[in-house]
Design a protein around this ligand. Sequence first.
Ligand SMILES: [Zn+2]
Ligand SMILES: [Zn+2]
Length: 228
Amino acid sequence: MAIYALYHTIENINVYHKYMTFNVDLHVHSKFSGDNDADPEETVLQAIKANLYGLAFTEHYSYEVSEYAEHLREKHAENIKIFRGVEFSSADGHCLVFGVNTDRLSIKNASMEEVVSIVNEKGGVVIPTHPFRGNNSIGESVRNLKGLCAVEGYNGYSHHSQNKKALKIADELNLPFTGGSDSHAPQEVGSCYTEFNTEVTQDNLVDLLKAGEYRGVDIRKISRIWPF
Ligand SMILES: [Zn+2]
Ligand SMILES: [Zn+2]
């Protein structure tokens, strides 16, 4: 009887696992981006409250400024997974980069095409962010880029109509789409996120992003536009 009960418990865990999603906010800023005063640990605590499986600190311009995340990752390992990337400013607009330390690459003032080519060669991935927000956004030129991993479909600081265009172009280009809050204050984390079907780890994040088995999600009731 006990064995039967145990078997059923294991089976139920497997069934549960099959339908479980792993929600990761792939686009988070803190005061280390230089354009806000968000304390990264407050953001982490808020993300835990919001039931996120993980979040990625993607500060503006530099990968290395998010060094603090290594300590937070250890400290909160029981409750949340913390990843690191960067929101790189290419000459054509912003893009998320994961899997490489962009500070060590010669890509200052590079076009997004050059960034994609160099990052891909090093084994990383590039995802244009808020492609239709206007400022710092690649817009229709995204069509000319080869080698993109995905397009950011849901951005928490873009208007729904702008995200809709991003989703449409991802579909046209046959690319997966991510979601990220683009949070610049702790309470904004998780407004948009990326839903993975597989457990995400430090080791497999880049491979999962390449594999494309995820989708962006927007849980905002009202959309708003980044004021700058
Ligand atoms: Zn941006
Ligand atoms: Zn951003």
